[in-house]
Ligand binder design. Structure first.
Ligand SMILES: Cc1cc2nc3c(=O)[nH]c(=O)nc-3n(C[C@H](O)[C@H](O)[C@H](O)COP(=O)(O)O)c2cc1C
Length: 189
């Protein structure tokens, strides 16, 4: 298990297509949403859920993505439709984080959405802790009603992210991060 601070300060995303198999084992796949479900959750509403795409299920979901793409672009070239069909095949494992946020008497919807974001981040960190690389992406199909229907999302549910998980090609190159003095201030008395 890597040092948590080391992991957090060195974590980088990998491109989905860079994430190779073999993917996480069945035990590790169970562990990922288990870890993600421990996020802060005001009101204990569990305003998120997870959909695991593995093996051929990734292609079945890809059929729905390709169908939605064809509906939007009826003249699309077959190779473009095929690329859409393969969207969820790039990494061996994809876990969708679904936000179930909605109106509540006490808990603002915003806080429920934030909890889903935290769950997605926990998935990313847990994947890294297990030695995998991850990429949190949404892409166009996260916002397409036809795709959401095919994936079983209710009308009020939204995709917080499709977390792609697999074996990274090697150590990542870092990218510049925002200077600390631009993003953090000490509140002056
Ligand atoms: C909600 C959310 C959705 C994202 N969707 C995409 C996406 O569709 N495509 C993309 O290239 N990056 C997306 N990103 C950004 C990547 O996850 C990643 O942060 C970015 O590539 C920078 O890499 P880093 O995590 O190593 O800093 C998204 C991030 C968030 C938080």
């Amino acid at each position: 298990m890597p040092d948590p601070l080391e992991l957090l300060t060195t974590r980088r995303s990998f491109k989905a297509a860079e994430l190779a198999g073999p993917g996480p084992s069945a035990t590790e796949i169970d562990m990922l949403p288990t870890v993600a479900s421990r996020v802060p959750d005001h009101g204990k509403l569990a305003p998120w859920r997870f959909i695991v795409f593995e093996g051929e299920a990734r292609r079945s979901a890809g059929e729905a993505i390709a169908a939605a793409f064809r509906a939007k672009y009826p003249d699309a070239k077959p190779e473009h439709v095929e690329a859409e069909r393969g969207r969820l095949m790039r990494a061996p494992l994809v876990i969708a984080v679904v936000s179930r946020a909605g109106p509540h008497m006490k808990i603002p919807e915003w806080e429920q959405v934030l909890s889903a974001g935290a769950a997605a981040m926990s998935l990313v960190i847990a994947a890294h802790a297990l030695g995998y690389g991850a990429n949190w992406i949404t892409e166009w199909y996260a916002y397409d009603r036809g795709v959401l229907d095919a994936l079983g999302l209710a009308a009020h549910e939204r995709i917080a992210g499709f977390i792609h998980i697999g074996r990274p090609p090697g150590p990542p190159e870092d990218r510049p991060r925002p200077p600390l003095d631009e993003i953090a201030v000490r509140f002056a008395v």
